[in-house]
Design a protein around this ligand. Structure first.
Ligand SMILES: [Ca+2]
Ligand SMILES: [Ca+2]
Ligand SMILES: [Ca+2]
Ligand SMILES: [Ca+2]
Length: 365
């Protein structure tokens, strides 16, 4: 029996689709990457270190050091011997799944800590996230507050969407477009831990010389806003009020490489394959559009049941969607499936003709 004790939503590979990190009390922790196909919706990319079971209480996904990449913090309760808290960085890679590396969590390891929950917030307003760990369920211990000591030169932006009544807009999605690191997506949700609630703020880190160019907020009722940003908006807290009227005049947006404003004034992926039909070189002519970019592959031909791999250098078996068995003739919905060497499905009006053809061919052989 396995029990989730913390679930966080985050877009680790920055493809615009939310991924799920899942802390598991009696089993391996998981990091489910949402896939672009509908066939297989999620893939677990947790490494053996990441998935190692622990008595977890809270999972936090946040950019603690403002370097563009998200960290995952596991808060554990040392109720049957030491169980240190752990920290991982999940870094986006251009081609391939994100890289997961364990970081030195420093004093926040608390190997003897009876962690009951943890939250992330900018406690002192310096633009760097702070970590608060609570204890007390199985032994009296004081609260811990930790300050991040990495990434002090990185820029940041904090966005706080409001509802029409001025409350924090739980359920809102905030997308920040940048000049160098693509779009970053955050969900203002109800929290990610056992007995905990995270701050209702979309916190973004911007490493090096990266700059945010625009921000979009989508409320759960479908209303949205977009706002261009400039250098003066960096290292600030941006309050975004609920738009009373959906504006029909779109602002001038700089969406960043691979994105263009659509007819509603919101940044969207540019379909390079359609817009530039000759974008791929002759030796890799097959173009596949991707979020923020595109891919080219060789025109590989494969036998039935196989399909080209991502770069078109080999054929790989197609994974079947349904299994099961069938036999004989089954009639339903006015049609019929006839299975001889293979199955042929026809409508009822063609059944007599098909049976007549089969009878004729059997008499001729
Ligand atoms: Ca994603
Ligand atoms: Ca980071
Ligand atoms: Ca802080
Ligand atoms: Ca694209």
């Amino acid at each position: 029996m396995q029990h989730g004790r913390g679930v966080a939503l985050a877009d680790f590979n920055r493809d615009g689709k939310m991924d799920i990190v899942y802390g598991n009390w009696n089993g391996p922790h998981r990091l489910f990457l949402q896939l672009p196909t509908r066939k297989h919706r999620f893939k677990d990319i947790a490494t053996s270190k990441f998935s190692m079971p622990s008595p977890v209480r809270t999972v936090i996904a946040a950019d603690f050091d403002n370097d563009n990449e998200l960290e995952v913090f596991f808060n554990n309760i040392a109720y049957r011997g030491p169980s240190a808290n752990r920290l991982f960085r999940v870094s986006r890679r251009e081609h391939g799944d994100p890289q997961i590396e364990e970081l030195n969590v420093g004093e926040a390891a608390e190997p003897e800590g009876r962690g009951t929950g943890a939250v992330v917030t900018d406690f002192d307003g310096d633009g760097r996230l702070d970590l608060i760990v609570s204890h007390g369920e199985s032994a009296a211990q004081p609260l811990s507050v930790y300050r991040v000591i990495q990434g002090s030169s990185n820029r940041w932006l904090r966005v706080i969407p409001r509802t029409r009544w001025g409350a924090f807009a739980r359920g809102a999605k905030v997308v920040l477009y940048t000049r160098r690191s693509g779009p970053h997506t955050r969900i203002i949700d109800g929290g990610s831990g056992y007995l905990c609630e995270m701050e209702p703020v979309a916190h973004f880190g911007l490493a090096g010389k990266d700059l945010a160019t625009s921000v979009e907020v989508f409320w759960p009722d479908g209303r949205s806003m977009a706002k261009p940003l400039d250098r003066s908006d960096m290292n600030t807290v941006l309050e975004v009020l609920y738009p009373k009227d959906q504006s029909t005049t779109a602002p001038e947006l700089e969406c960043g490489h691979g994105f263009v404003p659509n007819e509603h004034g919101r940044c969207t992926d540019e379909d390079e394959c359609t817009r530039f039909p000759s974008v791929c070189p002759a030796e890799r002519p097959v173009c596949t559009n991707t979020y923020g970019s595109f891919k080219c592959r060789a025109n590989k031909r494969c036998n039935h049941g196989y399909q080209p791999n991502d770069d078109g250098t080999a054929c790989v078996a197609q994974v079947a969607y349904f299994g099961g068995s069938h036999s004989g003739v089954e009639v339903g919905g006015g049609g019929v499936c006839v299975c001889v060497c293979t199955c042929v499905c026809v409508g009822a009006e063609r059944l007599l003709l098909l049976l007549f053809s089969l009878l004729l061919s059997s008499q001729m052989t």
